[in-house]
Ligand binder design. Structure first.
Ligand code: ATP
Ligand code: MG
Length: 296
C-alpha cells in the first residue's frame, strides 16, 4: 500500500540523498515551524504574488530503485500559471501528482519532504479534503458516461452543494469556454462532444467543486491545434481566479500560457523562473539546450 507518510524504503539511494529525518518526523517538524506561512509572508512583503504551493526538499521513490524526484524545492505562486517542462521521464507527472497526493494511490511508493498548500502540510491533512480543493485535469479527457450537465454538477452534489445547480453549471461551462457550444445540448451525452470539448468539460467539472488550484498534466496532448488554441485561451482566462500548474511537452505552449516555468531533468529541478527569462535568458546550459530544442 502506498504510504506517503512512512519511510519504508531502505535503499542506499535514499540513505545517500534523502533528508536525515524520515517523512513522518519531517512532517511533524514542519507542523511545528511555520515554514510555508513564513515564505508566503516573505513573498507578499516583496510585492510578489503570494505562495500557493510551497515544496521543500521533496523526494519521491517508486519501489526501492527509482528515485523519481530528488530534493525538489520550489514555490508555486497564487493566480499564476506555472509550466512544468522537461524531457520524458524527468518527473513532471510525479511532481504534479505530489501536489494533490495522487501518487499515494500508486502502490510501493515513498515520499519525503514537505508540500504545503496555503501554509498547510497536505500530507498531514485528510487526502479527500486536499483533493477537493485541488482540481486535476488529465492527459486524456475522461468525462463520465453521463450528460454534460451531470458531468459538471456531479462533484458539487457529492460535496453537498445546495445552491442553484443551473447557475453553477452555466458559470463553470462559461469559465471553461464551452457554454456557447453546449448550451442547447446540456442533457445530451458528454461522449458526443469532440475531444477538445470533452477536455474543456473536464475543466468545467473541476471548477464546479470550487478548487483554488488546477493541476493539468499534458491537457492538450490529445487535441488538435484549434482545440488546443481554445484550451489555452481558457487557461489564460482562468488565471485571475485560480492557481494553475500545467505539464507540457510543448515549448510554444509553455511560453504562450505560463507566467513561471520550472525545468526538470532526471528528477531534479534545474531551473525555475519567469517564463520569459527561462526561455530567452536561461541561467543553466541544460535549460538552454532543452528550450532551444537541442535535446529532449
Ligand atoms: N507507476 C510507476 N511505477 C514505477 N516507476 C514509475 C511510475 N511512474 C513513473 N515512473 C518512473 O518515474 C520517473 C518519472 O516519471 P514521470 O512519469 O513522472 O515522468 P514525466 O516527466 O511525466 O514523463 P513523460 O513526459 O513521458 O510523461 C521515470 O523514470 C518513470 O519511469
Ligand atoms: Mg508525464
Amino acid at each position: 500500500m502506498a504510504s506517503a507518510d512512512s519511510s519504508n524504503v531502505g535503499s542506499s539511494t535514499q540513505a545517500n540523498t534523502a533528508p536525515s529525518t524520515n517523512s513522518t518526523a519531517d512532517a511533524q517538524q514542519a507542523d511545528a515551524t511555520p515554514t510555508a506561512a513564513g515564505r508566503a509572508g516573505d513573498a507578499a512583503s516583496e510585492g510578489e504574488a503570494e505562495t500557493k504551493i510551497a515544496v521543500s526538499n521533496l523526494n519521491f521513490w517508486y519501489g526501492d530503485d527509482t528515485h523519481a524526484l530528488q530534493d525538489i524545492t520550489m514555490d508555486v505562486k497564487a493566480n499564476r500559471v506555472t509550466a512544468l517542462i522537461g524531457p520524458s521521464g524527468c518527473g513532471k507527472s510525479t511532481l504534479i501528482r505530489c501536489f494533490n497526493r495522487m501518487n499515494e494511490l500508486i502502490p510501493n511508493t515513498t515520499l519525503e519532504g514537505r508540500v504545503h498548500v496555503n501554509g498547510q502540510n497536505i500530507y498531514q491533512a485528510d487526502p479527500v479534503a486536499v483533493r477537493r480543493h485541488i482540481g486535476m485535469v488529465f492527459q486524456k479527457p475522461n468525462p463520465f458516461p453521463k450528460t454534460i450537465y451531470k458531468n459538471v454538477i456531479w462533484g458539487a452534489r457529492i460535496n453537498g452543494y445546495t445552491g442553484d445547480e443551473d447557475a453553477l453549471v452555466e458559470r463553470c461551462l462559461r469559465q471553461a469556454a464551452l457554454w456557447d457550444e453546449v448550451k442547447d445540448s446540456l442533457h445530451g451525452s458528454a461522449y458526443n462532444l469532440s475531444g477538445g470539448q470533452q477536455q474543456r468539460l473536464c475543466i468545467a467539472r473541476a471548477l464546479a467543486v470550487e478548487p483554488d488550484i488546477l493541476l493539468m498534466d499534458e491537457p492538450t496532448s490529445a487535441l488538435d491545434p484549434v482545440a488546443t488554441g481554445k484550451f489555452e485561451d481558457t487557461i489564460s482566462e482562468l488565471r485571475s481566479e485560480y492557481t494553475i500548474v500545467v505539464v507540457t511537452h510543448s515549448m510554444q505552449q509553455a511560453s504562450r500560457v505560463s507566467d513561471e516555468t520550472v525545468f526538470l531533468y532526471m528528477g531534479r529541478l534545474i531551473e525555475m523562473g519567469a517564463t520569459e527569462q527561462v526561455f530567452t535568458r536561461p541561467q543553466k546550459e541544460r535549460t538552454e539546450a532543452y528550450v532551444t530544442g537541442r535535446f529532449g
